[in-house]
Design a protein around this ligand. Structure first.
Ligand SMILES: [Zn+2]
Ligand SMILES: [Zn+2]
Length: 337
């Protein structure tokens, strides 16, 4: 089979790779229908995270089960499935508390931007759709593998709920999904922080009530101007850079809650947050926890998170899929084998 392999910063190749096989009785093999490039893949592509040796890459996918191990009971060959970026058994004591991202038996994929993927803990990781979904729903289902669940996690972590005001830092696919999640969770004011036309359009479509184009301190001031001068009840930080994190700290009101889902590359002024009684929570999304509810919302067409994909390429053009996101020509790239 063929799949994407990152060799060095800026160098992702479409290469022949060995076909995956069942290694554990709890494994499944999925034939990929669609996969995509994640903002977190770009950390390595941009040389911010190391690439010590050529490595298969990608962790977001949906597809059809081809084969299952003897212990797998909830999915079978022929099922259309989606799974989270962080495989989990969904049965250990941590998973049973709903914290599947921190599964005691957590595992990784050996590159999901590929024709076929070995899925560890198939029962705990995959969720099958009832029948084969309509073709136009595939992009939205694919977002449940990471970005939509991650945006949802940001909102849940920041206690977004009815009547609350929310500011979202970051206009990548996760930030846009965080806007959609906040609207779904009943927020009254949803402020998207973005200076790109195409991203602002998606934010509006997802239900953002306000757009702030300023950044850093000016951005925080603009959020305060929209929230009685005190800052937002909830700030969702969906980037991870130090400036984005400080922008979140500047935009939160005293006693508010910050949800963090951007992979952290910089400190938080924790003492300042202490004196202002600001809550901070977040981390990698508990995808398996959110997946059933969000899949229902996608299948009944309540939400359409697939709008974050503005580039759709054959898997063989994976290099361009990365370059377009790196150069911000695309919000998010979908690839099909
Ligand atoms: Zn991802
Ligand atoms: Zn577990």
């Amino acid at each position: 089979m063929f799949g994407a392999v990152i060799h060095a910063p800026g160098d992702v190749r479409y290469e022949e790779r060995p076909d995956p096989t069942i290694l554990e009785p709890s494994d499944a093999i999925v034939r990929t229908v669609a996969a995509c490039v994640c903002g977190s893949d770009l950390w390595r592509y941009r040389g911010i995270a190391p690439v010590p040796k050529p490595t298969p890459i990608g962790h977001e996918f949906c597809g059809v089960v081809e084969e299952v191990g003897d212990a797998v009971t909830t999915v079978k060959p022929g099922d259309f499935v989606v799974g989270g970026f962080n495989p989990s058994d969904n049965t250990c004591p941590v998973c049973r508390k709903g914290a599947q991202a921190n599964c005691l038996h957590g595992a990784h994929y050996d590159g999901a931007q590929a024709d076929r993927i070995r899925i560890p803990w198939a029962d705990g990781t995959l969720l099958a759709t009832p029948g084969t979904p309509d073709e136009d729903l595939i992009p939205s289902i694919l977002t449940l593998s990471d970005v939509m669940c991650t945006g949802w996690h940001a909102a849940v972590s920041a206690n977004v709920g009815p009547g609350r005001s929310v500011a979202v830092v970051g206009d990548g696919a996760v930030g846009l999904c965080a806007v959609l999640a906040s609207v779904q969770l009943g927020a009254e004011t949803v402020i998207a922080m973005s200076r790109h036309d195409n991203r602002r359009r998606v934010a509006r479509e997802f239900g953002a009530t306000h757009i702030v184009t300023e950044r850093d301190e000016a951005g925080a001031e603009a959020v305060k101007a929209l929230t009685n001068g005190i800052g937002a009840d909830c700030v969702l930080e969906c980037v991870g850079t130090e400036s984005a994190r400080l922008q979140a700290v500047g935009a939160i009101r005293p006693g508010g809650d910050i949800g963090l889902v951007g992979v952290p590359h910089g400190d938080l002024p924790i003492n300042d947050l202490f004196w202002r009684n600001v809550g901070v929570k977040g981390g990698p999304a508990h995808v398996r926890s959110y997946l059933p509810h969000l899949l229902e919302l996608v299948l009944d067409r309540t939400i359409n998170p697939g709008l974050v994909f503005d580039l759709d390429l054959p898997l063989s053009e994976i290099g361009e899929a990365y370059a377009a996101m790196d150069e911000r020509r695309a919000i998010k790239s979908l690839v099909r084998p």
